[in-house]
Design a protein around this ligand. Structure first.
Ligand code: SF4
Length: 207
């Protein structure tokens, strides 16, 4: 048997270049949102939550950075694209908060009738402030101690409850008490599409 000697030749192997990861297209920036709850019953925020599974779709498009319904641990209100406000302005703190949001957002939305017109909190407007305070803190049957709060840390109640547009510029009103979740969805998706929501008999029916 012939011994064959194998010539071992070392081939220079050139490694294929390391594959480059495919470029991931940058995700479009989400719209930054803050929501605020002034003098209202929270029903408008609850109606927002009634978007239910549509909240998942919305979360792909917006980031809620500051709101009573999210746990952000953020003390200072950040700059946002859209500010959504429930409730009207009843006291000094609320006016301050609203003006701060107006300064820090591009579009301000009055959500619900309290924000748009004063609605329920403004029912007190037909009575003098001192009578309202006396009724609430001195005469109410549920009060055990009759005492009108006067600590300086307590925000001062204004003589009248005011809708938002009497305090700051409002860009969009979403009426309703509360606005139906479908109406909120319509308004937000129109804005996200770059259109101005149009109100008509169909989308503002309350039956
Ligand atoms: S508009 Fe109606 S639901 Fe919304 S905060 Fe006012 S009372 Fe509540």
């Amino acid at each position: 048997m012939n011994k064959t000697t194998r010539k071992t030749t070392t081939k220079k192997t050139t490694r294929p270049p390391a594959s480059q990861p495919a470029a991931v297209p940058a995700a479009p920036a989400k719209v930054r949102v803050a929501t605020m709850w002034l003098s209202g019953c929270s029903g408008c925020h609850m109606s927002f939550l009634d978007l239910d599974e549509r909240l998942v779709d919305l979360a792909k498009l917006i980031d809620i950075l500051f709101s009573p319904i999210v746990d952000t641990k953020v003390k200072d209100m950040p700059q946002v694209d859209v500010g959504i406000v429930e409730g009207c302005v009843n006291n000094t703190d609320q006016e301050h908060e609203l003006k701060m949001l107006r300064d820090r957002c591009k579009i301000l939305i009055a959500l619900g009738d309290c924000a748009c017109t004063g609605n329920m909190p403004a029912l007190r407007n037909q009575f003098p402030l001192k009578d309202c305070l006396a009724r609430a803190y001195e005469q109410a049957e549920s009060n055990r101690i009759s005492c009108i709060p006067n600590d300086p840390v307590v925000p001062k109640l204004y003589p009248k409850a005011r809708p938002l547009q009497e305090v700051v510029k409002v860009d969009l009103h979403i009426p309703g008490c509360p606005p139906d979740a479908d109406v909120i969805w319509y308004a937000l998706t129109e804005l996200l599409a770059g259109r101005t929501p149009q109100w008509n008999e169909k989308n503002l029916r309350y039956d």
